[in-house]
Each structure stands twice: as structure tokens, then as C-alpha cells.
Design a protein around this ligand. Structure first.
Ligand code: SF4
Length: 336
């Protein structure tokens, strides 16, 4: 068991659950809140029909007013382009349906499994490769988790459990603490990895209740955050990261290379610098997975490789994220 000092989360008047329940979920409200003209509304409504809008206030606060090109807005603003269906952009780009041996469990890579710990997110990112994922078929109850847990128990080659989603931290702490307790009881599991965007979207998610169960697990805990632009890291995010680090959590980041958001060298360099200031190590820079509805974010591989080559001139090696593509059927991510 790790003995770690836990820094108490600051008290604010709204809990993370209240902030989540008050998130903007209507395209008109989003346009009005951000001062976007009515020209954008029809496209926003069309995109919203395909994948609902969801943006909490804590994230909206970091978006510039009346600027359709704001890099954070581009990640959450539904557009008419989402209705286009160009060849090669599909609903399950990573072919995850092939790798589900138990409800809520994906086993694609050797030594590690992924658990869909929550079907929902605190924000709906327009480029999400799971925007069409059948969450309703993959949201196990406690009794149904037994099948996934038995699967992990029976395979001693599995050393790492990855909590994913949706966003796993959108689940209640009671549910997560229970699941982690079950995982801890499997002797061959060594590590717990949590892939989440919630500490970035609503930093108050990193509260004392979360830190209490995270800080006492015997599993080495790694949190892989998902941050695509330096503007996403404001002071509340920095404070949340400090609390996680004091609870013994290793912080890494994975970004997606997105056209119009972060596809230029100064932006990527600023992101790595800002991540490190917040105590997070850049880990992966993913090229976009070709999901239907988000082709307008795609950056061609050659352009991605050229960007990363130039980025080497601006950053020390330890701040360079690895440029990777996930190829269905491969035993690990493929470096580009
Ligand atoms: S938080 Fe992650 S899983 Fe949720 S919509 Fe965004 S990219 Fe997808």
C-alpha cells in the first residue's frame, strides 16, 4: 500500500456532479453563451443530432468569446460537416467490436485489458473515435462485472487494467472504489491506468473522495490525461494535477493531432512546455483515427511527420510526445 500525503481539494460551492449536470447540452445555448452568430446554429444543430453537445462551464470559461477559431471551441462545437460521409471514415475505426471477450472489457494488447468503466463523458469531443460506440451494450452492472473480472483472473499474463470509457471518472467514486478493490484482489495485476479527461474538463473532479481511494490502492497508478492545447491547462487544472501527484499518481498526457486545433509547431511546443509545468509528461501524439463525422479534423500522415520533425528543434527529448497511429489488429500502437 502506498503511503502518500494527500492535499485537500479546495472547497467550491458546486460539486463536480453539480457542474456536470449543469453542462451546456443544447447547441443554441452554446452559440449564445459564446457569442457566436446565428450563421453557426443550423450546422451546430445538425452535428448535435449526430453526437450530442456537452460542455461544462469550467471548460467554457477557457474559450474566447465570439471566436469560432478558438482551439478549445473547435473541439466541442458541432458543425454541419459532421454529416459528411467521405470514403474511409467509419463508425468503429479501431475495430474494437472484434476484441470484447466479456461485457465492458476490451482485450486488444498483450498484458493489459481495458475496462469501460463509464458510458458517459463530461465533455463530448467532436473528434472522438468512440462517438458511435455502443455504450448501452457495454455498461455492466456489479453482477455483470464478474465476467470481466473472472476473465482477468484466469489470464495471469495480464498485468495492467486500464479504466476507460466514455470517461471512467464520470462514474461515481463508490462504483470506482468497488471496481478497483476487485482488481486489487487479483494477484497478477500490478498497475492501474486511468484514461481520463475529467480533471481537465472539471478540475473539481479531483476531490477528497477520489483522492481517498486513489491514494490507498496497492496498484501502481498512472493517469493518462487527454489534453490537446496549452489553453486547456489553467490554474485549477494545475492545482488538480498537484493533488493527484501528491496522492502518488504518475501523470502522462496523450493528445490527438487535430486540424485547426494543434497542427502547428509553436502550438505543439507550447503544449509540451505547459504540460511539464503542470507536472505531466507528454506521452503520445496520436494521429487522428478515421471516425465517421470528424474527417474535417484529419491531418495527413506526411504533414504529421513533418510537424514532429520540426518539433524536435524546439523541445528537449523528454518533452517530445511519440507520434503514433493505432492500427486495428496490431499488438501495440504503431510509431510513425
Ligand atoms: S472525453 Fe475522451 S471518450 Fe469522451 S468524448 Fe472526449 S475523447 Fe471521447
Amino acid at each position: 500500500m502506498q503511503e502518500n500525503i494527500i492535499i485537500a481539494a479546495p472547497k467550491t460551492h458546486l460539486t463536480w456532479q453539480q457542474q456536470l449536470s449543469m453542462a451546456i447540452r443544447d447547441p443554441q445555448a452554446l452559440c449564445e453563451r459564446l457569442g457566436l452568430g446565428s450563421d453557426w446554429l443550423a450546422g451546430a444543430q445538425l452535428g448535435h443530432k449526430l453526437f450530442e453537445v456537452c460542455v461544462p462551464e469550467a471548460y467554457l470559461n477557457r474559450i474566447a468569446y465570439a471566436d469560432i477559431n478558438d482551439p478549445l471551441l473547435r473541439q466541442v462545437m458541432p458543425l454541419g460537416e459532421e454529416a459528411l460521409t467521405p470514403h474511409g471514415y467509419v463508425v468503429d475505426p479501431l475495430e474494437e467490436a472484434e476484441h470484447r471477450p466479456a461485457k465492458g472489457l476490451i482485450h486488444k494488447y498483450a498484458n493489459r485489458v481495458l475496462l469501460i468503466a463509464s458510458p458517459s463523458c463530461a465533455i463530448n469531443c467532436r473528434y472522438c473515435f468512440r462517438r458511435h460506440f455502443p455504450y448501452s451494450d457495454n455498461s455492466p452492472s456489479r453482477a455483470q462485472w464478474q465476467e470481466a473480472l473472472d476473465y482477468i483472473r484466469s489470464d495471469t499474463s495480464i498485468h495492467e487494467a486500464i479504466l476507460s470509457g466514455g470517461d471512467p471518472l464520470a462514474a461515481s467514486d463508490r462504483q470506482l472504489a468497488w471496481l478497483v478493490e476487485q482488481l486489487e484482489s487479483i494477484p497478477h495485476l500490478k498497475r492501474l491506468r486511468i484514461h481520463t479527461r475529467l480533471p481537465v474538463v472539471i478540475p473539481d473532479r479531483v476531490d477528497d473522495v477520489l483522492l481517498a481511494w486513489l491514494g490507498k490502492t496497492r496498484l501502481q497508478t498512472v493517469m493518462v490525461l487527454h489534453i490537446n492545447h496549452a489553453n486547456e491547462i489553467d490554474q485549477p487544472v494545475v492545482d488538480a494535477c498537484a493533488r493527484l501527484k501528491h496522492a502518488g499518481v504518475t501523470l502522462l498526457n496523450q493528445s490527438v493531432l487535430l486540424k485547426g486545433v494543434n497542427d502547428c509547431v509553436p502550438t505543439l511546443a507550447a503544449l509540451s512546455e505547459r504540460l511539464f509545468e503542470a507536472g505531466i509528461l507528454p506521452y503520445y501524439l496520436h494521429v487522428f483515427d478515421p471516425v465517421q463525422g470528424a474527417a474535417h479534423f484529419d491531418v495527413p500522415d506526411e504533414a504529421a511527420q513533418a510537424l514532429v520533425k520540426q518539433l524536435l528543434d524546439h523541445l528537449p527529448g523528454f518533452l517530445m510526445p511519440r507520434l503514433v497511429r493505432e492500427i486495428p489488429g496490431k499488438a501495440s500502437k504503431t510509431p510513425l
